[in-house]
Design a protein around this ligand. Structure first.
Ligand code: GLU
Ligand code: ZN
Length: 317
């Protein structure tokens, strides 16, 4: 029997979050994640926190954070604490990486995408362009030394997390049920800080969710594949594991996930009628039926009805 980790249940109650990357305005897919996480927090009398994930600066668009906040407020999705920006948390990520270095769980890597692809090809593994490559361990030392913090300022190398052998993580998703992933076979030693010095999403999200005391992570199913990595990092850093709930993705007419890369269009929130229309579409996607049609309803009234109707079981049915 796999050993399921017990998620945390801190004394001070539910803390959820919405963590958009400011790479463009909210689209139908990101609104589903915002609404789902907001409803789950409200239904559980929890706090809902907004965190702007702006570390991958080459992908960020100036002003997108302000636009996202405007859209959320136009939809009545208000947050409970001052929003935070990951770009202001560099010191936390640096400390976490130093801690991992001391624990002898990291090593520097100088591989390029191309050299990883060639190394994999030499082993007969063909990865297509969009697929994530399983790192073959080229730079991993036999014995991992304690690098301490001397080496971390260098921006010439990437830092990877050395996985223990044959590591399968099991967890319970609140919507999707039992999940598991073998990290060695499906991911490999993954990057914590890139060669250009940018801390990766995996490291930053784990550090911030722990620092902010997040107990419930409600987000799109496109992120499901990252969860085992994040739980493993939580284990190594001694953090507790939050509850996870992954929401169904909104697909475009070609069956592709909506994203800024596929030029998903921004939701319309110029007036209350439009915002309500977008909310109703998002709610329908989440399986919420029989909500007020919006004609004589304010956004606040509609959100109250949606909160009452919210039930995790309906999401996937
Ligand atoms: N910033 C991530 C994104 O916009 C989401 C992070 C998360 O919810 O864990 O895709
Ligand atoms: Zn390498």
């Amino acid at each position: 029997m796999p050993n399921f980790k017990n998620p945390s249940s801190p004394a001070d109650g539910y803390r959820g979050r919405f963590a958009p990357s400011p790479t463009g305005p909210l689209h139908a897919g990101s609104l589903v994640a915002a609404l789902g996480s907001w409803l789950d927090a409200r239904k559980n009398q929890g706090q809902w926190i907004l965190r702007i994930e702006d570390l991958d600066t080459p992908r960020c668009i100036s002003g997108a954070d302000q636009e996202i906040m405007r859209q959320l407020l136009a939809c009545g999705l208000s947050w409970d604490e001052e929003p935070t920006w990951q770009s202001k948390h560099q010191e936390r990520y640096k400390k976490a990486l130093e801690r991992l270095n001391e624990l002898q769980t990291t090593y520097p890597c100088t591989c390029s995408r191309q050299s990883i692809a060639s190394a994999l090809e030499a082993r007969g593994v063909i990865t297509d362009r969009n697929q994530e490559m399983v790192y073959p361990g080229t730079c991993r030392p036999q014995e991992i030394p304690s690098y301490g913090n001397q080496n971390t300022p260098s921006t010439e190398v990437a830092w990877r997390l050395a996985l223990p052998p044959d590591l399968t993580l099991h967890f319970q998703d609140l919507a999707l049920g039992k999940q598991s992933q073998n990290l060695n076979r499906e991911v490999g030693d993954f990057v914590l800080r890139r060669r250009d010095g940018i801390f990766t999403y995996q490291l930053a999200v784990v550090v911030d969710d722990a620092e902010q005391g997040i107990t419930h992570i409600v987000r799109g199913a496109d992120l499901l594949n990252n969860t085992a990595r994040q739980i493993h990092l939580q284990d190594v850093l001694g953090y507790s594991t939050p509850n996870y709930l992954h929401l169904p993705l909104v697909l475009d007419e070609y069956g592709e996930k909506l994203s800024k890369q596929t030029l998903a269009s921004a939701i319309h929130t110029e007036n209350a009628q439009q915002a309500l229309q977008e909310l109703r579409k998002a709610a329908e996607h989440l399986g919420l039926r029989d909500l007020p049609d919006g004609k004589d309803t304010s956004i606040a009234e509609w959100l109250l009805a949606a909160t009452q109707a919210w039930n995790r079981k309906i999401i996937s049915s």
